[in-house]
Design a protein around this ligand. Structure first.
Ligand code: NAD
Length: 474
C-alpha cells in the first residue's frame, strides 16, 4: 500500500490541512493500492503563495540554469525507470511493455526535448521597427487526467520550467503516484523551492480552485470537454489565459491503394493501445466501399495478436480500463452501437476468464454511418467503428464532420493523395503511414478538441507573454 497523503509545497512534503483522503484503486485487481490526500483550498493557497513568492527569481533564471535543471530531471527520471513502469502498471492498468515503451518514454522525451528546444529558443527578436520580448506569463496551474500519467504532467512541467514559470500541479486522483515521483525528481534536480508544487485532491475543490485563483495567471488543462468548459468559465472571472487539451474522434482514412493488412493492423493498434484510452486515437476508420469486406477480414485476423489480460503478465498488449466508471461508460456505448450498427467483433460484458478487473471486450462495429452516436462521441475504450466511402472528397467530408479536430491519419501509397488528405483534414496533428511521432512537433486540437499547443517550442510559448518594445536602444 502506498499511503502518500502529503502535498509537495515550497520544496517540502507537508501534511494537508484537511483529513480526507482518496483511495487509489488498481484497475486490474479492483483493490485499493494506496491513498492520497484530498487537498483543501487552504493547501492550494499555500502552494500558490509559494509559486508567487519564487516568481521574480525563477522567471529571471538564465537559459543555462533552466537547461541544467531539465537535464538533471532527465537523469533522475532515468534512474527510477523500473519504479515508474511498476507504478503506472498498477495505477493505470497499462501492460508493463506499454508502461515502458509508451508512458515512461513519453515522460522522459518531454524533458529532454524541452531542454533541446530551449537551446535555440528566441526570447528576444529585433523586427525592424520594434523588438519582441517573450517573458514568463506568471504562475501556472496544471490540471491533468489519468490516461497518460507521465506524458501530460511532463510536457506541461518541462515547458513551464523552460519558460521560467512556477507551477501548481493537480494530477488526476486516479493516477497520482507517478506524478508524486516526478515531484521527488524535480526536488532533487535543484529546481528552486516553490517553482514546482503538487497538491492532490478532487477536481471540484483543487481543480476548481486553480481555475478561479486570483494569483494564478495561466491554466493548462488536459481532460474532458465538459470540465474544459467549466475551466474557461472560471478563468473568465480573472481573464486568465487557458490552454485546453480535450477529446477527439479522429479519422483514419485508408486509401484505395493501401496495403489492407497493414491498415487493419494500424486500426486495431489504435483501439487496443492503452485500452483505447487515448485522446488522439483513430476511432473512425474510413475504408473504400470496394475494400470493406477485405478490411473486415483483416481486422478479425489481426485482433488476436493484441491479447487482453493481466497487465503484469508478459505478452499482454491491452489491460483493463482505468476504473469501474469508465467500464460502465464504455459498456453503455457498446449497447448503443449494438442498436445502431453491425457488431463485427466483441460486445458488452467482460472477456472470458477476466471477471475480476475492469476489462472490456475489444469491440468493432461496421456498417457505421457518421451520424451515429458511436461515430460522433468519444468512447475512450477498446472500441472502433468502420465506415465506408466512395470518393476521396466524400471521405474528407466524413472525416471533418465532427465537433473534434485533435488528430487524423491516412494510410496509402500515392504521395499526391497522401499530401491532399493531410492538408484537408481539419485537425491539429496528422500522421501519414504510421510515421513515428517527433516530440518537437506541436500537439493540440482544432475545434472542440482544445485551445493551444503543447510539446517542444510551441509548448514553451504557452507559458510566455509577448511584449513589443518600440524604440529599444541597440
Ligand atoms: P476529466 O475532465 O473528468 O478530469 C481531468 C482532470 O480535471 C482531473 O484531474 C480532474 O480531477 C479535474 N477536474 C474535474 N472536475 C474539475 C473541475 N470542475 N474543475 C477543474 N478540474 C476538474 O477527465 P476524464 O473525463 O476522466 O478524461 C477523459 C477525457 O480527457 C477524454 O475526453 C479525453 O479525450 C481527454 N483527453 C485529452 C487529451 C489531450 O491531450 N487532448 C489527452 C488525454 C485525454
Amino acid at each position: 500500500m502506498r499511503n502518500q497523503v502529503k502535498h509537495f509545497i515550497n520544496g517540502e512534503w507537508i501534511e494537508s490541512t484537511g483529513s480526507e483522503t482518496i483511495d487509489v484503486v488498481n484497475p486490474a485487481t479492483e483493490e485499493v493500492m494506496g491513498k492520497i490526500s484530498s487537498g483543501t483550498n487552504e493547501d492550494l493557497d499555500k502552494a500558490v503563495a509559494a509559486a508567487k513568492a519564487v516568481l521574480p527569481t525563477f522567471s529571471n533564471s538564465t537559459r543555462e540554469e533552466r537547461i541544467q535543471w531539465l537535464h538533471n530531471i532527465v537523469e533522475g527520471y532515468k534512474k527510477r525507470k523500473d519504479e515508474f513502469i511498476e507504478v503506472m502498471t498498477d495505477e493505470l492498468g497499462a501492460p508493463l511493455s506499454v508502461s515502458e515503451e509508451v508512458h515512461y518514454n513519453m515522460g522522459l522525451g518531454h524533458f529532454s526535448h524541452a531542454a533541446e528546444a530551449l537551446e535555440s529558443f528566441s526570447f528576444s527578436e529585433n523586427r525592424g521597427g520594434h523588438t519582441v520580448l517573450k517573458e514568463t506569463i506568471g504562475v501556472s496551474g496544471l490540471i491533468t487526467l489519468w490516461n497518460f500519467p507521465t506524458n501530460q504532467t511532463s510536457t506541461k512541467i518541462a515547458s513551464a520550467i523552460a519558460a521560467g514559470s512556477p507551477v501548481v500541479l493537480k494530477p488526476a486522483s486516479k493516477t497520482p503516484f507517478a506524478a508524486m515521483m516526478l515531484a521527488e525528481i524535480i526536488d532533487e534536480a535543484g529546481v528552486p523551492k516553490g517553482a514546482f508544487n503538487l497538491v492532490n485532491g478532487t477536481g471540484s475543490v483543487i481543480g476548481d480552485g486553480i481555475s478561479s485563483h486570483r494569483d494564478i495567471d495561466f491554466v493548462s488543462f488536459t481532460g474532458s470537454g465538459s470540465v474544459g468548459e467549466k475551466i474557461m468559465q472560471n478563468a473568465a472571472q480573472t481573464i486568465k489565459k487557458v490552454a485546453l487539451e480535450l477529446g477527439g474522434k479522429s479519422p483514419l482514412i485508408v486509401l484505395d491503394d493501401a496495403n489492407v493488412e497493414e491498415a487493419a493492423k494500424s486500426a486495431v493498434s489504435h483501439m487496443m493501445t492503452n485500452t483505447g484510452q487515448v485522446c488522439s486515437a483513430a476511432t473512425r476508420i474510413l475504408v473504400p466501399t470496394s475494400l470493406k469486406v477485405q478490411f473486415e477480414e483483416a481486422v478479425q485476423k489481426v485482433l488476436p495478436s493484441f491479447p487482453v489480460g493481466d497487465p503484469r503478465k508478459k505478452g499482454i498488449a491491452t489491460g483493463p480500463l482505468v476504473s469501474e466508471d469508465q467500464w460502465e461508460t464504455v459498456q453503455s456505448y457498446i449497447e448503443k452501437g449494438e442498436k445502431e450498427a453491425t457488431l463485427l467483433i466483441g460486445g458488452t460484458g467482460k472477456p472470458e476468464g477476466l471477471e475480476k478487473g475492469y476489462f472490456a471486450k475489444p469491440t468493432v462495429f461496421t456498417d457505421v454511418s457518421n451520424d451515429m452516436v458511436i461515430a460522433q462521441e468519444e468512447i475512450f475504450g477498446p472500441v472502433t467503428t468502420i465506415l465506408t466511402y466512395d470518393s476521396l472528397d466524400q471521405a474528407l467530408d466524413i472525416a471533418n464532420d465532427t465537433i473534434y479536430g485533435l488528430a487524423g491519419y491516412v494510410i496509402g501509397k500515392n504521395p499526391e493523395k497522401l499530401r491532399d488528405v493531410a492538408s484537408k483534414i481539419k485537425a491539429g496533428r496528422i500522421t501519414v503511414n504510421d510515421a513515428d511521432t517527433d516530440f518537437h512537433g506541436p500537439f493540440g486540437g482544432y475545434k472542440q478538441s482544445g485551445i493551444g499547443r503543447e510539446w517542444g517550442d510551441f509548448g514553451i510559448e504557452e507559458y510566455l507573454e509577448v511584449k513589443s518594445v518600440h524604440g529599444m536602444p541597440s
